[in-house]
Design a protein around this ligand. Structure first.
Ligand code: ADP
Ligand code: MG
Length: 365
C-alpha cells in the first residue's frame, strides 16, 4: 500500500527500480577549478549515461603521432560540470522519498579527495548550492507533512557519526571534549544496528535537523584543525530513522535513510605513508574495498556477507542489501593529473553498477 498522492509516479519508479535491482550509480564530474582543460574526459552531448576517459600515449619508437587509449563507462546517469545541485537532486528525490514508504535508503559519495563528494552531499551555504543532505531533509519533512492529511504520523530520529581509523565519533556531541564517550556498534536480536553512547536526537521539524547538521559540520571542522584535513580521511554518516503510523488504516512503516560522505579513495604510495598516515591509509583501503566486497556478495546472493569486516559496512548493515535502495555517486575531478585516480574510481563504480542486488521491499507490518 502506497500512501502518497503521487502514487502512480512512485509505482512506476519502484517498478523501474525493481526491474534493475536496487542499486543506482550516478557519476558526477565537477567543474575545473582555476582554469586548465579536461580534454581527457568526454561527455556525450546526447547520451546522459555515458562517459569516456581518454589518454594520449606517447608515441613509441618507429611510430609517428599520438595514440589514444580510451575507456568507456556507462552509469545510470552522468552529470557534467554544469549540472546544478537542483538537477542532481531531482534525479534522486523519488529514491529519497521512498524512505517514507518504508524502504531503507543509502546514498554514498565515492571519489578521490577534491572530486566534489562534500559539495555533492553537503553543498555550500547558499540556497542554490545546497547539497543532497539538506535537500533530502527538506523534502522528507515536506512529504511527511503532506501525508498527515491522509492520517499518517511520523517520528524522526537523527544521528551523525564520523568513522576515522576504524573508530566512531559522535558528530552531535556537545559535551566536554575530555568526557567524549567511546562507541561500539551493536546488533539487536531483531537485526537493528545501534551505536552505544551515540546521540540519537528526536526531531520534529526540518529546522531542527538543519541545526544538527550545522553542529556536525562544526564538530568535523574542529577535528580538522587538530589533524589537518582529517575530513577527507574519514567517513561521515548522517542517519535519519523514520517511523510512520497510520492508525486509521492500521499500517506502520519503519525505515532508515543514510547519507554518507566517504573518505577519499586515492591510493597513497605505501612508501610515502608513515605513522599516522599509514594507519589512516590502511583503514580507508580496508573500509572502501570491503564496501565493494559487501555489495558484490549481496549481488551474488552469497550466504555470507562480510559486513563486520569494517565499521562502515557494519554500521550500514541494515541499509545495504536486502530491503534497501542504494545510490552511489562516483565523483570525478576533471584535471588531467587526476587521470589515474579517476580511472580507479570509475572502475570501482562500474563494478558496483554491474551488481543487481535482490529486490527491495518495504518494511511494512
Ligand atoms: P571532496 O569532498 O571530494 O574532497 P569537495 O566537495 O570539497 O571535494 O570539492 C573540492 C572543491 O571543488 C571545493 O572547493 C568545492 O566547493 C568545489 N566543487 C566541487 N564540486 C563542485 C561543483 N559541482 N560545482 C562547483 N564547485 C564544486
Ligand atoms: Mg570532502
Amino acid at each position: 500500500e502506497c500512501h502518497a498522492g503521487e502514487m502512480e509516479r512512485r509505482q512506476l519508479h519502484n517498478t523501474i527500480q525493481e526491474l534493475k535491482g536496487n542499486i543506482r550509480v550516478f557519476c558526477r564530474v565537477r567543474p575545473l577549478v582555476g582554469g586548465g582543460s579536461s580534454d581527457h574526459i568526454q561527455l556525450s552531448p546526447t547520451d546522459n549515461k555515458a562517459l569516456v576517459l581518454a589518454k594520449s600515449e606517447e608515441s613509441h619508437v618507429g611510430r609517428t603521432g599520438d595514440t589514444q587509449k580510451t575507456y568507456n563507462f556507462s552509469f545510470d546517469r552522468v552529470f557534467g560540470p554544469s549540472a546544478s545541485q537542483q538537477e542532481v537532486f531531482e534525479e534522486i528525490s523519488l529514491l529519497v522519498q521512498s524512505a517514507l514508504d518504508g524502504y531503507n535508503v543509502c546514498c554514498f559519495a565515492y571519489g578521490q579527495t577534491g572530486s566534489g563528494k562534500t559539495f555533492t552531499m553537503e553543498g555550500g551555504d547558499s540556497h542554490q548550492t545546497m547539497g543532497v543532505i539538506p535537500r533530502t531533509v527538506q523534502q522528507v519533512f515536506l512529504a511527511a507533512q503532506k501525508l498527515t492529511d491522509q492520517g499518517w504520523k511520523f517520528s524522526f530520529t537523527a544521528s551523525f557519526v564520523e568513522i576515522y581509523n576504524e573508530s566512531l565519533r559522535d558528530l552531535l556531541y556537545t559535551g566536554k571534549a575530555s568526557k567524549r564517550p567511546e562507541h561500539e556498534i551493536r546488533k539487536s536480536t531483531n537485526n537493528e544496528i545501534t551505536v552505544t553512547n551515540l546521540t540519537y536526537q528526536k526531531v520534529t521539524t526540518e529546522d531542527q535537523v538543519q541545526n544538527l547538521i550545522a553542529i556536525a559540520n562544526q564538530n568535523r571542522s574542529t577535528a580538522q584543525t587538530n589533524l589537518n584535513d582529517r575530513s577527507s580521511r574519514s567517513h561521515s554518516v548522517f542517519q535519519l530513522d523514520i517511523e510512520g503510523e497510520n492508525v486509521g488504516r492500521d499500517v506502520r512503516c519503519k525505515s532508515t535513510l543514510c547519507l554518507v560522505d566517504l573518505a577519499g579513495s586515492e591510493r597513497v604510495l605505501k612508501s610515502q605513508a608513515q605513522g599516522e598516515r599509514f594507519k589512516e591509509m590502511t583503514a580507508i583501503n580496508c573500509s572502501l574495498s570491503n564496501l565493494g566486497l559487501v555489495i558484490t556478495a549481496l549481488a551474488n546472493k552469497e550466504s555470507y556477507i562480510p559486513y563486520r569486516n569494517s565499521k562502515l559496512t557494519y554500521l550500514l548493515q541494515s541499509c545495504l542489501g536486502g530491503n534497501s535502495k542504494t545510490l552511489m555517486f562516483v565523483n570525478v575531478a576533471p584535471e588531467p593529473d587526476s587521470f589515474g585516480e579517476s580511472l580507479n574510481s570509475l572502475r570501482f563504480a562500474s563494478k558496483v553498477n554491474d551488481c543487481v542486488i535482490g529486490t527491495a521491499s518495504a518494511n511494512k507490518k
